[in-house]
Write a protein that binds this ligand. Structure first.
Ligand code: FES
Length: 574
């Protein structure tokens, strides 16, 4: 097969006025003329930002990628894209995931790039950059920023998010003082990197490795470990080779690769957010992926990794125990890995992991004696979620996985905050908490509020978990018997919008059932009376988002972004 010509020669190898312009302006920072000799031009797509605390070391990381590219004879060009910080950005970083992906896509397509290294860390930066790159389909490697070191507080390890939830509940229940709360703040995040629990960032870094779009070891090397910089440098070297081999993203992101990611997701007890992100990435590259694939491919997967929020350790421990290669080897030895899937280093995934050792069996359990059994992401359906909903059994209370209870309904997150602390709220531990209007359209952006805090009067009684149902998402660091992503969402007229206080709800995770015990005639009367909530803003990106966002079961992408347009620039007067 004839090797396609590199894109960059259409810019830098021209001997006309435009070649002059392209080269001359690029030379202004000291690039010598011999760099324009047709060598692969590699974009370093950087999500560095001080507004994204998890990505603030990316200038250094980019230098390591740059060194690798130069060592391999490539021409590095670094560029910034919109960065999404989970902690500071309001109303939720998820609102902007699709916008950031557009920035990535258009920045790559419009510029003289032959391949790209994506630098991502904080939750949404990974799917955003991968979605954008998938719609272009050039040779691509994603380098994750790596997790922070473990939090250390009064002699114990504390984890991002997970211990924030537990400590804020302790504070509300009067078990700890405000001074202790403040002290823990300073102890939790003490190095560069992203959340070091198995939250969404660590989950997505693991998905990158399981998909084969990151270098082996990508998931868990701590951000401040020298080996993270080595990985970045090796990625820089490797991307130059990938351009020469024309190893484009679509040769890596295949259906079997997504099945590997789904199984890895169950095995690491990963974040429920990955379901939405994997679906969106797959549909950009042209792979059909839906909730049924998660149910099918995830069947029989056990959680092997004893990490918060499902367990007790943190990402640093995970790396020292062997990291994701060990988990993938366990899956492969139990017929739960598509062994031939190609990865960015040019090898099949099995070749990368088949000899991976395990150094700590309390952190990574063997498949035959797992940490928790049959605990991938479970898909639920029923009249309350005709298009599906999900639950993460590894983070739930086993006794609540089959439950029937009285609904206590909150019409919005504001309604929830107004009433949850009211000592007169008519609720007990058998009730099912229902939250509406927090889906993709309803919030907007689908807030991480599905793990509603429990009422203080029940916390004081010692209640630690209740069944909670919503169209919202949940932070990957959160836990509880929490049914999420109910589809269609309330704001789109889903059955969730029709639930009233006192209705009975049945949950049966083993049977995949979520049922509202209300007669169809009553529901249709309620449906007729229902009115769609008004959009929050009628202009700008919020309007674009509201008018075009898909439901979470379809990846919550914008409808016109699904699929790819490739690297060709359709209109070009140069
Ligand atoms: Fe960035 Fe958790 S806040 S990964």
């Amino acid at each position: 097969m004839k090797k396609p010509k590199q894109r960059s020669v259409q810019w830098f190898s021209r001997q006309d006025i435009y070649g002059f312009i392209y080269r001359s302006w690029t030379k202004n920072r000291g690039v010598p003329h011999d760099q324009f000799d047709g060598r692969p031009v590699i974009g370093i797509c950087n999500t560095w930002s001080e507004l994204t605390p998890c990505n603030t070391h990316f200038r250094v990381l980019a230098e390591h990628v740059r060194n690798g590219i130069l060592e391999a004879g490539g021409f590095p060009l670094e560029f910034p894209v919109m960065s999404l910080g989970e902690t500071l950005l309001r109303p939720t970083a998820m609102l902007y995931r699709n916008l950031a992906s557009m920035d990535v896509e258009e920045s790559i397509r419009g510029n003289p790039l032959d391949g790209v290294v994506l630098l991502a860390g904080c939750d949404k930066t990974t799917p955003a950059t991968l979605m954008g790159a998938a719609s272009i389909d050039l040779p691509t490697i994603l380098v994750s920023g790596g997790p922070m070191l473990s939090g250390k507080y009064r002699g114990t390890d504390i984890g991002s998010g997970t211990n924030v939830w537990s400590m804020s509940e302790d504070l509300r229940a009067g078990k700890i003082s405000l001074d202790e709360f403040h002290e823990a703040e300073s102890c939790m995040h003490r190095s560069h990197g992203h959340c070091m629990t198995m939250g969404t960032a660590s989950t997505m870094a693991s998905m990158v490795e399981a998909l084969g779009v990151g270098m082996p070891g990508n998931a868990a090397i701590p951000a401040v470990d020298a080996r993270r910089n080595v990985l970045a440098r090796m990625a820089g070297r490797r991307i130059v080779e990938m351009v020469k081999e024309n190893l484009v993203l679509s040769k890596i992101l295949t259906k079997p690769a997504f099945e590997n990611a789904i199984r890895a997701l169950g095995a690491i007890g990963g974040s429920t957010n990955a379901v939405i992100h994997l679906t969106a990435i797959a549909r950009r590259i042209g792979v059909e992926l839906g909730l049924d694939d998660f149910a099918r491919a995830g069947r029989g997967v056990h959680t092997l990794v004893n990490l918060m929020p499902s367990g007790k350790y943190l990402m640093e421990d995970f790396y020292y125990a062997g990291g994701l290669p060990t988990v993938l080897r366990e899956l492969g030895e139990n017929n739960l890995l598509n062994r031939d899937s190609l990865t960015v280093n040019g090898k099949a995934i099995w070749d990368n992991v088949k000899d991976a050792p395990c150094w700590n069996r309390d952190v990574i359990f063997p498949f035959k004696k797992p940490f928790k059994e049959n605990t991938g992401i479970s898909v639920l359906r029923g009249n309350l979620a005709p298009d599906g909903a999900i639950i993460k059994p590894s983070a739930a209370t086993p006794a609540l996985m089959k439950h029937r209870g009285r609904a206590v309904v909150f019409e919005s997150i504001e309604d929830f905050h107004r009433r949850i602390d009211d000592p007169n709220l008519d609720i007990d531990e058998r009730c099912v908490m229902v939250l509406k209007n927090c889906g993709p359209k309803g919030y907007p952006g689908m807030a991480e509020v599905g793990n509603m805090p429990l009422p203080p009067k029940l916390l004081r009684k010692g209640v630690t978990d209740m069944v909670r149902i919503s169209d919202a998402r949940m932070s990957g660091t959160a836990y509880g018997t929490v049914v999420l992503h109910v589809c269609p969402e309330a704001a789109a007229g889903g059955t969730l919008a029709l639930v009233e206080n006192g209705d009975t709800i049945e949950l049966d995770v083993t049977k995949g059932k979520l049922h509202l015990v209300v007669a169809e005639e009553i529901l249709s009367k309620r449906r007729k009376a229902w009115k769609a909530p008004k959009p929050h803003l009628e202009r700008g990106y919020w309007k674009l988002y509201h008018d075009h966002v898909l439901q979470s079961c379809d990846g919550a992408d914008l409808d016109f972004l699904v699929g790819k347009s490739g690297a060709f620039v359709p209109r070009d007067n140069h």
